[in-house]
Design a protein around this ligand. Sequence first.
Ligand SMILES: Nc1ncnc2c1ncn2[C@@H]1O[C@H](COP(=O)(O)OP(=O)(O)O)[C@@H](O)[C@H]1O
Ligand SMILES: [Mg+2]
Length: 224
Amino acid sequence: MNSNKQGTKQMIQVTKRAATYRNACKRMHKQSIKLGSGAFANVFLKQADYPSAVKLARFNEECPGKDGYYNYLEAIISSDNPHLPKVMGAVLCKPRECNPYVKVELEPLVSIDELQLDELVHVLSTSFGMNADCLEYVTFDYLIDELVTKFARGCRDCYHDTYCWSAELRDVAVIINNLMHAGFTLDIHAGNIMFRRTPFGVQLVITDPLSFCRSSNNGRTFTV
Ligand SMILES: Nc1ncnc2c1ncn2[C@@H]1O[C@H](COP(=O)(O)OP(=O)(O)O)[C@@H](O)[C@H]1O
Ligand SMILES: [Mg+2]
């Protein structure tokens, strides 16, 4: 997978000549370290010229058009918003007579468990506009809860209580809110948000905010 972020709009490629999901995961397991997994995806560390994460994600109801992650990926794939994962490439894999899945190469990110308390305070003050002095004496768990609750509330209603947020974070809430209006269900929890360490401090990255599509009308069919 090549990065074509500069210039042309990045798209999700499609291939019918792909290994089954099971075999693709087995192959990645042999070659690399597993970074994590959730209900639908296994994520591996790929060590090439530069380290990257490879996410192999199955589809909810086996249909990309109804899958929250696939639709989110389509919406964010070319974005430079710092609160979105940087995607180097994505392929919709359609093995013959097997369920489809998506293979995404993206930047490796840091999970919430790896974060220091002061990094979490930095995120809450720079992105959510909270007063860092007031956060000094509370626990790590309280801060995680605060972050998750605040972000989820902002996705449900982008114009309520988001006036202190950074413009970039509000833009992400708007993308998610639009997909919620199309029928996708919000799925914000500590496992679906990650962090990027940069020389300028840690940044919140929204990796997997939506699950399936509730509306039967909004599931798109793919004829590849
Ligand atoms: N870019 C990434 N870098 C490192 N680990 C990741 C990355 N993306 C996901 N993970 C890990 O994999 C887990 C599952 O990924 P996620 O995107 O939530 O998929 P799903 O919940 O659909 O299975 C995450 O909770 C996290 O631990
Ligand atoms: Mg998840």
